[in-house]
Design a binder for this molecule. Structure first.
Ligand SMILES: O=C(COP(=O)(O)O)N(O)CCCCO
Ligand code: NA
Ligand SMILES: [Zn+2]
Length: 311
C-alpha cells in the first residue's frame, strides 16, 4: 500500500532499524526498488529530487510530480509492502507545494544553507502548509559538502545538537537530517571514512524523532570495479562502509538516503551487457544486468540496515 513516510519511519524508530530512501528518475529504478522490497519484505521510501520532477515532466516539474505520484501509486497498490514517495532536497517553495498538491507522502525542505534562524523560519512555514495537507516534513541542519543536485553546498558544517533541539521544538518538523560528516556523490572522503556518532546520539536524545542520513551510499567496490572494467572512470570513488551505516542506525538514524549506489550498480550492468552483446538493441533485454545489479545493491542494503522482514 501507499503510505505516509511518517508511518514507515516511526516504526523504524520504535524498533531501531534503518529504511533505505531510494532515488528515482525513471520507471526502471522504480521497478527495481519495488522488486527488491517485495523480495526482502521491506518497507521502501521512494524519493525524487527537484531535478527528477523536471526530468519526468520533460521540463514541467508540476507535471513530473503528478506522473511520479501516479507511477508510484500504481505499484504501491499492487504490493503488500508499505511504499512512500518523498520529495528529496526541496529548496523551492513552488516544487514543495507541487509535490504536496500532487500527493507525495512527505517533503523535505532543505533550507540548510541559510543561517539557523532563517532555516527555522522557512521550515516552520513549510511544516504549517504540509501538515494542513496531511503531509510529513523532513528538514536539514548543518551542511553536507558535495553536489546537491542543483547547488554545490559549501564545506561540511556539522550539526549542533543544541540547535537541533530548539529547531525541532519550534518547527514541529517530523524528521531531521543532521549533517554528521557524509557528503553526496561518489567521492565522500579524502581520508578514512568516518562520521560523528556522538552528534547523532545527542541529536536523537534531544529531539526523539526519526533521523535521516544523507550521503549514505557505500559506493560498493564490486560494482565500481565492473563499471571501470567496462570503460567507466570513477577513480578515487569512496563511500560509507556498511559497518558505519549499522553503527549510525544504532545511534538513531532511521531513513538512509541512497542514490549514488543505484546509479553505479545500474551503469556497471549496462556497460558490461552492452560490451558483451554488440548485436542487442531490445530495451527489454539490454537492461538485464543493470536490473540485476541494481536490485542486488538494494536488497543487500535492506539486510545491512535491518529493514528486511519489517514490511
Ligand atoms: O543524500 C542523498 C544520497 O546521497 P548519495 O547516494 O550520493 O550518498 N540524497 O539526498 C540523494 C540525492 C543526492 C545526490 O546523489
Ligand atoms: Na542541504
Ligand atoms: Zn541528500
Amino acid at each position: 500500500p501507499y503510505v505516509d513516510t511518517k508511518v514507515i519511519l516511526e516504526n523504524a524508530d520504535k524498533h531501531g532499524y534503518g529504511v533505505p530512501a531510494l532515488n528515482i528518475n525513471n520507471l526502471e529504478f522504480l521497478h527495481y526498488i519495488i522488486e527488491a522490497g517485495v523480495k526482502k519484505n521491506s518497507p521502501v521510501i521512494i524519493e525524487t529530487s527537484q531535478g527528477a520532477m523536471k526530468y519526468a515532466g520533460n521540463g514541467d516539474f508540476r507535471k513530473g510530480a503528478e506522473i511520479f505520484v501516479k507511477m508510484v501509486k500504481a505499484f504501491a497498490d499492487e504490493v503488500d509492502i508499505p511504499v512512500a514517495l518523498h520529495l528529496d532536497h526541496g529548496k523551492s517553495f513552488e516544487h514543495i507545494v507541487a509535490a504536496i498538491k500532487a500527493g507525495y507522502s512527505s517533503v523535505m525542505i532543505d533550507a540548510s544553507e541559510h543561517p539557523f534562524e532563517e532555516n527555522m523560519k522557512i521550515t516552520k512555514e513549510i511544516v504549517k502548509i504540509a501538515h494542513a495537507a496531511g503531509v510529513s516534513v523532513e528538514a536539514e541542519l548543518g551542511q553536507l559538502a558535495g553536489i546537491e543536485d542543483e547547488a554545490v553546498a559549501a564545506e561540511n558544517v556539522l550539526v549542533d545538537p543544541d540547535e537541533a533541539k530548539k529547531f525541532v521544538e519550534e518547527t514541529g518538523v517530523d524528521f531531521l537530517a543532521p549533517a554528521v560528516g557524509t557528503s553526496h556523490g561518489a567521492f565522500k572522503f579524502k581520508g578514512a571514512a568516518k562520521i560523528d556518532y556522538d552528534r547523532i546520539k545527542k541529536v536523537k536524545e534531544y529531539t526523539k524523532i526519526p533521523l535521516v542520513l544523507h550521503g549514505a551510499s557505500s559506493v560498493v567496490p564490486e560494482f565500481v570495479e565492473i563499471a571501470e572494467k567496462h570503460g567507466a572512470d570513477f577513480g578515487g570513488a569512496k563511500g560509507v562502509p556498511s559497518e558505519i551505516l549499522q553503527e549510525a542506525v544504532k545511534c538513531g538514524i532511521n531513513k538512509v538516503n541512497t542514490d549514488t549506489d543505484l546509479r553505479i550498480a545500474f551503469v556497471a550492468g549496462l556497460r558490461e551487457f552492452l560490451n558483451a552483446n554488440p548485436k542487442e538493441f531490445d530495451p527489454r533485454k539490454y537492461f538485464k544486468l543493470a536490473r540485476e545489479y541494481t536490485i542486488k545493491v538494494i536488497t543487500d542494503r535492506m539486510d545491512v540496515l535491518g529493514s528486511t522482514g519489517k514490511a
